[in-house]
Every structure is written in structure tokens, then in C-alpha cells.
Design a protein around this ligand. Structure first.
Ligand code: F6P
Length: 340
């Protein structure tokens, strides 16, 4: 078969390892040939497609970013399924492996409903897809955030300051929860739990009273008690979703005013998506890539590869996009006994 591969949505450490895993297994075991689609769905509607060989994927599992490029383009705004089928036919492309997060997998599901042979691979640092235990990229983002918080702590301690650290995660708090726990933060604030300012101030003052420089980790999607929406100062993305960010600065100003402790805020931003993937993400991504070509082999169209426990299997795409995987209350309670 001739299989097209694309990476779409925000980039994420491990994308290249998926591409390598798919091409290596597909070439060696099934004798498939591969086509690299440039810049996500954009390449499929604009016909920006080239051969992707075993040579092209050599040494890729440790490389960050994506050799194929990515974008947040929806094909349904550029000719839809008919245009996709037309370009696929022009290249004798039998099937597409689409590597992406919630937005990408929703598009993949819609194209499948229009008869496109498609397999999804879940990607996102946010870890917010409910049909897989983990997405690759999350472990790397947590590792980067943890190291950054450790570094911010030493400067905070030197100056007796409170350090507020804003991490990504969109509308779920997985990165904040894990990086906050790993780095011993004095407060972790996530979108799933609407903590009030009085309680946050209490944790900060408690840490300072014990002679510590308070560290507050806040997820970009956090909404304080009484608030209605997450801070989003940069408009909407191509899928119509708000670009979140800015809550860390708001919190820092309010905490300094209310506690009198000099407070600084740092937004980790895209640092969390850059650079080499961790060993965990390389392994998961490679396994996902290999499993995606197995799914092609078995004509499991309209499915997504997924990690359940330690095994990789497939689930229907409509299950993958049905609901967000939020942090359950007991996971937050477990962490919150360490706050203050
Ligand atoms: O979904 C991954 C993610 O990094 C989110 O955590 C973040 O809100 C968003 O993408 C940022 O998007 P962009 O790269 O378009 O600014």
C-alpha cells in the first residue's frame, strides 16, 4: 500500500519517533511505501506531498519537532473530503495516518465518515484525550516544567520571593499536577478545581512562615473561584478555540498585593513542547507508529491507536474525541495535602 503520513496541530516531542516507527515497520514487515504530507491537512489539500523513505527517518526518534511540519488548518475550510480524495487519488495514496490531538482527530473522524481510509495517532502534551491512558509528549512537557520549576525555586529562595509558574495544558491540569507534584510546589491550580484567592493566599503565607520561598504552579486554563472563563488574551485559533494564557501574571499581582511578598511570574509556554523527547515518549511514540501500520494492514479504518495499561490497541475515533480526560477530584485531593 501507499500510505500518507501527516502531523497536525501543535507540535509535540515524539512526532518524529511516530513517523520513524511507522515507516520502519511498514517498510520492513509489510513492504508499504510512504508519502510525507507537509504541514498537516494543509499539505493534503494544497498537494504538498513527497516520498518518505527509510533513509528519511534514520535517527529520528530523538529529534524534536516534526520533519513534516504542522499547521492548525482544517481541510473542511479548503475543499473538504472531496478535495482530500482528489489529491490522494493523484498520488495513488491508499490511506492516511494522521498524528494529532483533539482537533486533528475530530477532522480525521469526519473524513472517515466521508469514506477516507484513515488511522489516527493521539498526540498532545496536554494528555487530555480520554481514550488513551497517555499521549506522547506529555512526559517530556512534565520533565521540562519540573526542571524549570526547580530552577525558579533556587532563585526564589535566594531573594525570598514567591514564584508563580504558568504551564500549558489547555482546559485540563495534567501538566500542572504532575510537574507541581514532582517539584514540590506549595500550591497547584488546575482548571478542574475552582480554588478561591483566600485559600491560595493561605498556602503562600503558610509556606513563607515555614521559611520557604512559596512556589505556585498554575495551569493556563485555571479559573479562580467566582471567575467564569480562563484568561485568553490572544484571540481564537484555527479551530475556533481560545488561545489561553496570562493567568500567572494576574495571580502574581494579586498575591503580592495581598501577602506583601515580592512575587514574580514566569510563563513556560512553548518551551514545554520543544527539544528532545524523554525515553518514555520515544518508546510510546515508536510503538504508536508501528501500531498504526498494523491498523492499516488490518483495515481498521476510523480508529486511533491507544495505550491501555501497558498495551497498545485501537479504539474508534468517535470515542477518542467524545470527551476530555480531566484530572479526577481524588488526584487533586491526593496532591493538595502537600500544599502550604
Ligand atoms: O495543545 C497543546 C498546546 O500547547 C496547549 O497546551 C496550548 O494551550 C496550545 O497548544 C498553544 O497553542 P499554540 O502553539 O497555537 O500557541
Amino acid at each position: 500500500m501507499r500510505i500518507g503520513i501527516l502531523t497536525s496541530g501543535g507540535d509535540c516531542p515524539g512526532l518524529n519517533a511516530v513517523i520513524r516507527g511507522a515507516v520502519m515497520k511498514g517498510d520492513r514487515i509489510y513492504g508499504h511505501t510512504f508519502l510525507g504530507i507537509r504541514d498537516g491537512w494543509a499539505g493534503l489539500v494544497e498537494d504538498d506531498i513527497r516520498d518518505l523513505t527509510r533513509h528519511d527517518v534514520r535517527g529520528l526518534s530523538r529529534q524534536g519537532g516534526t520533519i513534516l511540519g504542522t499547521s492548525r488548518t482544517s481541510p473542511f475550510e479548503h475543499g473538504g473530503a472531496e478535495r482530500v480524495k482528489e489529491v490522494m487519488a493523484r498520488h495513488d495514496m491508499d490511506a492516511v495516518i494522521a498524528i494529532g490531538g483533539e482537533g486533528t482527530l475530530t477532522v480525521a473522524k469526519m473524513l472517515h465518515e466521508h469514506g477516507v481510509k484513515i488511522i489516527g495517532v493521539p498526540k498532545t502534551i496536554d494528555n487530555d484525550l480520554s481514550a488513551t491512558d497517555y499521549t506522547f509528549g506529555f512526559d517530556t512537557a512534565v520533565a521540562i516544567a519540573t526542571e524549570s520549576i526547580d530552577r525558579l525555586r533556587t532563585t526564589g529562595e535566594s531573594h525570598h520571593r514567591c514564584m508563580v509558574v504558568e504551564v500549558m495544558g489547555r482546559h485540563v491540569g495534567w501538566i500542572a499536577l504532575h510537574a507541581g507534584l514532582a517539584s514540590g510546589a506549595h500550591a497547584i491550580l488546575i482548571p478542574e478545581v475552582h480554588v478561591g484567592m483566600d485559600e491560595i493566599v493561605g498556602w503562600v503565607e503558610m509556606a513563607q512562615t515555614r521559611g520557604r520561598a512559596p512556589v505556585v504552579v498554575v495551569a493556563e486554563g485555571f479559573v479562580p473561584e467566582g471567575g467564569t472563563e480562563a484568561v485568553a488574551l490572544r484571540g481564537l485559533d484555527a479551530f475556533g478555540r481560545p488561545r489561553l494564557g496570562g493567568i500567572g501574571d494576574h495571580l502574581a499581582v494579586e498575591l503580592q498585593e495581598r501577602t506583601g511578598i515580592e512575587t514574580r511570574s514566569t510563563v513556560l509556554g512553548h518551551l514545554q513542547r520543544g527539544g528532545v523527547p524523554t525515553a518514555f515518549d520515544r518508546v510510546l511514540a515508536t510503538r504508536f507508529g508501528a501500531a498504526a501500520v498494523d491498523a492499516v494492514k488490518h483495515s481498521e479504518w476510523g480508529t486511533m491507536v491507544s495505550l491501555v495499561g501497558i498495551d497498545v490497541s485501537t479504539v474508534p475515533l468517535h470515542r477518542a474525541t467524545r470527551e476530555l480526560k480531566s484530572v479526577p477530584p481524588h488526584r487533586y485531593e491526593e496532591a493538595s495535602i502537600l500544599f502550604g
